[in-house]
Design a protein around this ligand. Sequence first.
Ligand code: CAA
Length: 286
Amino acid sequence: MTVEFEAIGVVGGGQMGSGIAQLGLVHGLRVYLLDSDAQALARASKSISMSIQRLVSKGNISEADASAALQRLHCTSKLEEMKDCDLIVEAIVESEEIKKKLFIELDRISKASAILASNTSSISITRLASATNRPAQVVIGMHFMNPPPIMKLVEIIQGAQTSDETFLATKALAQRFGKTVICSQDYSGFIVNRILMPMINEAFYALYTGVATKEDIDTGMKLGTNHPMGPLELADFIGLDVCVSIMRVLQAGLGDAKYIPCPLLVQYVDAGRLGRKQGLGVYSYH
Ligand code: CAA
C-alpha cells in the first residue's frame, strides 16, 4: 500500500493535537482538526497560527508558505468532515473506554483505506483496534512527543494485527514531518514511557522520602545527565494526571509493584495540582 497523503484528520485540539496539526500543515497537507469544545478549537487555531508565524519570523518558512499552510487548516466539530482523510490520528484524553468509542465512530465515517492512528502514550493498540469492524490492519499507534513540532521522535506501535503496509505508510508520513521513527511492539508504555515514567516516579519517591529538595533533584538530573528538564519539571510539563495514568497502565499491563505510582504524585493529582496546564504542580507557574 503506497499512500499519497493529501489530507489528515486530527481529533483533539489540545497541545498534542494542535502540534500534530501544525506539522501536517507545514508539510503540505490539508488538516481537519476536530474538537467538540468550540473554545478549545479556537485556542488550538490561534496557537497554530502563532506558532507558524514564529517560523516565519525565524526565517524557517516564507510568508506565502505560512499563509498557504493556514488556509489548509479546517477546524470542525463534525467527525463526518474527515471522511476523505488518508489518516486520522486521535490525541484525546487517555481513557481506553473513550478512545474505543471514538474508534468505533472513526471506523464508521472514514474511507475504507484510511489509516486510523492513536497518539496514545501507553494504551494497547491491539485493544483499540479491536473496537473497529474494518480489518484491524489499518489501526496503528503514532506517538508524538510533547511538543510535537520540536521533538525529533515519533514512536510507532504495531498492534497484533497491524499490517507492515500500514507501518511503512505511517513511518513515511512521520519522516515527511522530519521525524526519526522508532518501532515498538504493543506492550504497556511502549519504549519511551516504559523507561521515562519509572524515572519520573522515582524522582517523586526521592522528594517524598526527603532525599533532596525538588530543585536539587531537577538540577541533579539536568546537569548530571544532560536532560533539558529535570524529572519533576518534566512531570509538570507532561501533566501529573497523565503521569499517574501511565503508571497505572504500566502496573496493570506489566504486573510489577515497581510501577505503583508514588503516593506523593497521586496526592498532588488528588489535590488538583496537575502541573503546568493548571498553574500548579510540583512548582507554581503563577
Ligand atoms: N510548539 C512549537 N514550538 C515550541 C513549543 C511548542 N509548544 N515550545 C517551545 N517551542 C520552541 C520555541 O519557539 C523555541 O524555538 P527557537 O529556539 O527556534 O526560538 C524552542 O522551542 C525552545 O523553546 P524555549 O526557548 O521557549 O524553551 P526551552 O529552550 O526551554 O525548550 C523545550 C523548551 C523544547 C520544551 C525543552 O525544555 C525540552 O526539550 N524539554 C523536554 C521535553 C520532553 O522531554 N518532551 C517529551 C515528554 S515525554 C512525552 O511527550 C511522551 C508522553 O507520552 C508523556
